[in-house]
Design a protein around this ligand. Sequence first.
Ligand SMILES: Nc1ncnc2c1ncn2[C@@H]1O[C@H](COP(=O)(O)OP(=O)(O)OP(=O)(O)O)[C@@H](O)[C@H]1O
Ligand SMILES: [Mg+2]
Length: 260
Amino acid sequence: MDEAREILELQQRIAVLEEELMRAQRLSSVGALASSITHEFNNILTTVINYAKMGLRHPDDATRTKSFDRILSAGQRAAKITTGMLAYARNSSDRIEPCDLKKLLEDVLMLVQKDLQMHRINVDLQASQSVWAKANASQIQQLLMNLIVNARQAMGENGRLKLIVRDNPAEGWGEIVVGDSGCGIPHDKLPHIFESFYTTKKPDARGQGGTGLGLALCRKIVEAHQGRIRVESEIGKGTTFTLKLPRSESPAGFIDTSAA
Ligand SMILES: Nc1ncnc2c1ncn2[C@@H]1O[C@H](COP(=O)(O)OP(=O)(O)OP(=O)(O)O)[C@@H](O)[C@H]1O
Ligand SMILES: [Mg+2]
């Protein structure tokens, strides 16, 4: 009897630790974007400072109005980034509810956009309509962030990131595909990539390498959603991950204005 209680307590403890690990990993994935976000803020500050100087130097109405306009839109761009970051880092509800997959992907793209741009990565997004699935928004965003950061790290400069959001009513899935034109994964390594702590990323000059937790958490998230994740890869050509989540009808009252 005592033994059973002990097992139960240990299981609860594991669940708490897994929850903490998930949160820590979410924060560390934002860390991978730190340099691109700093860069973006520097650009915004340069715009603000230059237009403030211009407005002071040329006090005519037209120039001042133009300067204020530019300063305002730069400020709004900064606010959008910080709001997106905070929402991503903070969100931790574990409710599963109908989510628009296209919207989830777009929110993640807003955070990684600059990083992709800095590495001259061409983004090809194919999503013609809203696709609804039963999902926990913050977990799926974390999963997509992990896949996209991995894709970026596999590509170096001038890669191509292909993103598809599609409905698969015949099989009952809402699907997201993340494909890269990166280095690919050797056939014998493929079975290991979803294992915890499996990484091929060596520590860089600052001692920061991979933890090998990104895909392990992706797998956990997919399991919690009763979804599927599949990977195909070819050395030198690239890797494609396909995520499938249980499809849901668009919620009542939601009118899809895009072409069906
Ligand atoms: N798109 C990809 N292209 C090539 N290899 C990949 C890709 N995605 C994952 N891998 C391989 O799978 C390994 C495990 O990925 P995972 O995201 O779990 O850990 P990581 O990226 O090494 O570390 P972290 O995510 O903590 O930064 C990677 O080290 C890499 O070898
Ligand atoms: Mg990773």
